[in-house]
Ligand binder design. Structure first.
Ligand SMILES: Cc1ncc(C[n+]2csc(CCOP(=O)(O)OP(=O)(O)O)c2C)c(N)n1
Length: 495
């Protein structure tokens, strides 16, 4: 929830957990904050100062345990330094590449009395590009035959989304978006060049790889977005790369750029949009890139004997959801339909873990409904993910939150099953799930609940769930044969 709140606000998410087990439980969120570049401050209990190092009850040396994950781990041994160190934690979490910070609070320190007053947060500052930087970028775009803009999480703030669209329209630039940032650019726009998620389809990559200039803005160009560091290739890209990032440490770290610009995405894109192009991007190239992405959006419902094509439910929601909806995603194959067939507009928000961690979907929906009570909040979660953190439905009940949770129940860890079918075809094991009755499960919390067993039921049930006054759960008996938007089990076996 704290991670989702950071994604929603751009400000540090805050969570308090108890010592060892609480911190271990928060580990996935810490790791996701690092992988997703989201600011997160985790306050953790610690044993009494006199017992430190004895291996006391639930004692963990957080600095060592989370050394490779967090940006900073503090232990506040002196209560008089609380204001200074808490302020430092927030500043470090939000600066440069945002990420996780741990603040450990020894139990006995918490009852010390001190006169120190809290320090407020410092002013937020944005890195602005110089006029020379913008001119240099503009000239390179003008000189290129097939430039492509790749936008990442840096484009999430509303002003940056607006500037991204303005840049694309002013220049005629095609825009692809990195993993889980599908909402930063209108997906039905003719300039939309696709979502660079897990294994983006070859038909899309074949076109994008023809780019002769890549302008990467607000992204670290990570493993998933670059399709395994292949596009742009690391360390030396096949085409010139301009890398724009607020954190100078990210520029040139993995990829060798031809030009690096230290700037926040919003100010950079606003400046680029305002620089009138001497020559707009070739419309034929932008159309080609846009058509490669658009052809993936077309949805052809498939029939299967063992359940519903989850794509039918995703499309139904796309039709029904308002322009300010918040869609949260757990991780699993079911998201493939959202990425391929749901056309986001930038006034909508998509929240998902770049890290690929399961467990975000339902908590993120709770966080979103708390932060934006007036907006429609929908969660997509697999049966696997629902059994990991779906019990946060209890929190949704406690706060009477209007969230609609769609459980894609294919009775399998479908993603893992896909890999088994591909790599170990006759050795499928341990991926079948024996699930509860999700409708009875949801009702036991006090939520409204429905089950969809045939695609024809989708319209009515989706409308009812979205109209429910409080938490609503829809179990979709989804087909395992139709294991993702891009594959079938029998197709994988026939390879
Ligand atoms: C916390 C966590 N544990 C394990 C994994 C590995 N993993 C990725 S997807 C997946 C299965 C997802 O199953 P489900 O939620 O049922 O969705 P499906 O793939 O069937 O659509 C697993 C185990 C992970 N990403 N995160």
């Amino acid at each position: 929830m704290a991670l989702a709140d950071a994604k929603l606000t751009g400000r540090p998410g805050v969570a308090f957990v108890s010592r060892g087990p609480g911190a271990s439980n928060a580990a996935i969120a810490l790791h996701s904050a690092q992988q997703d570049a989201d600011p997160l401050v985790l306050f953790v209990g610690q044993v009494e100062r006199k017992d430190r190092g004895r291996g006391a009850f639930q004692e963990v040396d957080y600095e060592r345990a989370f050394a490779g994950i967090v940006k900073l781990s503090l232990e506040i041994a002196d209560a008089a330094r609380l204001p200074e160190l808490v302020r430092m934690a927030f500043a470090v979490a939000a600066s440069g590449t945002p990420g996780p910070v741990i603040v450990a609070l020894p139990e006995d320190m918490l009852s010390d009395e001190v006169a120190a007053a809290a320090l407020g947060p410092g002013p937020a500052s944005l890195a602005r590009p110089s006029a020379e930087d913008v001119e240099a970028v503009a000239r390179r775009i003008e000189a290129a035959a097939r430039p492509l803009l790749i936008a990442g999480g840096g484009a999430r703030p509303a002003a940056a989304r607006a500037a991204l669209l303005a840049t694309s329209e002013a220049w005629g630039l095609p825009v692809a978006v990195t993993n889980k940032h599908q909402d930063v650019f209108p997906n039905a726009h003719p300039h939309f060049a696709g979502h660079l998620g897990y294994a983006a389809p070859r038909s899309l990559m074949a076109v994008l790889e023809r780019a002769d200039l890549v302008l990467a803005v607000g992204t670290r160009l990570g493993d998933v977005a670059t399709q395994g560091y292949a596009f742009p290739r690391a360390p030396l890209p096949d085409q010139p790369l301009i890398h724009v990032h607020r954190d100078p440490r990210q520029i040139g770290r993995v990829h060798v750029p031809e030009l690096g610009v230290v700037a926040d995405s919003g100010p950079f894109l606003a400046a680029l949009a305002a620089r009138a192009p001497v020559r707009r991007v070739d419309a034929g190239w932008t159309r080609q890139a846009g058509e490669a992405a658009a052809s993936l959006r077309a949805y052809r419902p498939r029939e299967a004997a063992d359940g519903v094509d989850f794509g039918a439910i995703v499309l139904e929601l796309q039709r029904e959801l308002p322009h300010d909806a918040i869609v949260t995603l757990d991780s699993g194959n079911f998201v493939s339909w959202v990425h391929r067939h749901f056309a986001f507009v930038p006034s909508q928000t998509m929240l998902g873990a770049v890290s690929g961690a399961m467990g975000l979907g339902v908590p993120a929906a709770v966080a979103a409904a708390l932060r934006h009570p007036g907006r429609s909040v929908v969660a997509f979660v697999g049966d696997g993910g629902a059994l990991m953190t779906g019990n946060e439905l209890a929190t949704a009940m406690r706060h009477a939150l209007k969230v609609a949770i769609f459980v894609a129940n294919n009775a399998s860890y479908g993603t893992i099953r896909t890999h088994q079918e591909l790599s170990f075809p006759r050795r499928v094991s341990a991926t079948d799930l024996r699930n509860p009755d999700f409708v009875a499960w949801a009702k036991s919390f006090g939520a409204d609940a429905w089950r969809i067993e045939r695609a024809e039921e989708a319209t009515e049930v989706v409308r009812a769930a979205l109209a429910a006054p409080g938490p609503a759960v829809v179990e979709v008996r989804s087909s395992l044969e139709l294991v993702s938007a891009n594959a079938t089990i029998s197709g994988l076996r026939a390879r």
